[in-house]
Design a protein around this ligand. Structure first.
Ligand code: NAD
Length: 294
């Protein structure tokens, strides 16, 4: 069993950390929200007083933070790296800019610390069930060290390439997800406006060529899937503002390589409009509101 430090106990981090606590690791946790730390402490984790306290003596440091600025701010701005043992392995799971992942990994390497970018896919349900997909960038040796711990939180582990490659793959995946969710909402709203029952239409699409992750597991129409955020007032899940961030990362990656992403850019604009309408804190499937105002 390892001494693991887990920082960032939000919608994803909390269930991931819980799975590590259940697996019997000595877990030290930290978040800016004390209630989130208290919930993990009830499950047996040590409530660290600060991020510095959390990483003291850890074999493995895991972070699950919102965006690039939080990751760079913590590791470089607050100089968390200088508090981490050089023998430790850092696994950074947030979805952030590949450039930021490379910058922090290079700073870690300069201190002799191994670091992986390991963003995840699978949503909060996958985090709770321990079935996440990890998309990893960094040295193969470091991934071998990380694998036993990643396997306690996920089912599929891919090595995308060197540092930053995990983020590139994750950004491509999420751009596709943003496009598919907006398209699914649009198709359902069109069907309902033309007299169809949303559940009947969803069942048809789920067994037809328009089938996708949203129609299988994460339907955006309230009441179609009991477990989906759409049926819980779009609470929890994957925030619309986080999707907007990921589509912005895709736009940056496209700009850097002069790639055309017309559908990704359109999806980014839809999520920007949705956020401007005050829905940025709702799950990203709430993009349906653009097509079906309350
Ligand atoms: P979240 O906003 O629910 O959680 C982030 C947590 O980080 C919050 O609890 C916040 O208090 C904490 N935090 C921020 N700065 C901190 C700091 N300096 N020190 C300690 N704690 C700090 O976000 P989430 O939904 O858990 O997503 C986390 C990351 O995972 C994001 O990059 C997101 O894009 C990605 N992601 C999310 C999902 C999803 O379905 N929610 C799926 C895949 C990937």
């Amino acid at each position: 069993m390892s001494k693991i430090s887990f920082i960032g106990l939000g919608n994803m981090g909390a269930p991931m950390a819980l799975n590590l606590a259940k697996a019997g690791h000595a877990l030290a946790v930290h978040d800016l929200v004390p209630a989130s730390v208290a919930r993990l402490a009830e499950a047996g984790a040590r409530a660290a007083a600060s991020a510095y306290d959390a990483v003291a003596g850890a074999d493995i440091v895991i972070t699950m933070l919102p965006a690039s600025r939080h990751v760079e701010g913590l590791y470089l701005g607050d100089d968390l790296l200088s508090h981490i043992d050089t023998s430790a392995l850092v696994i950074e799971c947030s979805t952030i800019a590949p450039e930021t992942a490379r910058k922090v990994a290079t700073a870690a390497q300069a201190r002799g610390i191994a670091m992986l970018d390991a963003p995840v896919s699978g949503g909060t349900a996958g985090a709770a069930a321990g079935t996440l997909t990890f998309i990893v960038g960094g040295e193969a040796d470091s991934l071998s060290r990380a694998r036993p711990v990643l396997e306690q939180m996920g089912k599929n582990i891919f090595h995308a390439g060197p540092a930053g490659a995990g983020q590139v793959a994750k950004i491509c995946n999420n751009m596709l997800l943003g496009v598919l969710m907006a398209g699914t909402a649009e198709a359902l709203a069109l069907g309902v406006a033309n007299g169809l029952d949303p559940k009947v239409l969803s069942d048809i699409v789920a067994k037809s060529s328009g089938r996708n992750w949203a129609t299988e597991l994460y339907n955006p129409w309230p009441g179609v899937m009991d477990h989906a955020p759409a049926s819980k007032g779009y609470a929890g899940g994957f925030g619309s503002d986080l999707m907007l961030k990921d589509l912005g990362l895709a736009a940056e990656a496209a700009q850097a390589t002069r790639s055309a992403i017309p559908l990704g850019a359109l999806a980014r604009n839809l999520y920007a409009m949705h956020g401007a309408a005050g829905h940025g804190g709702l799950d990203f499937s709430s993009i349906l509101k653009l097509y079906k105002p309350d």
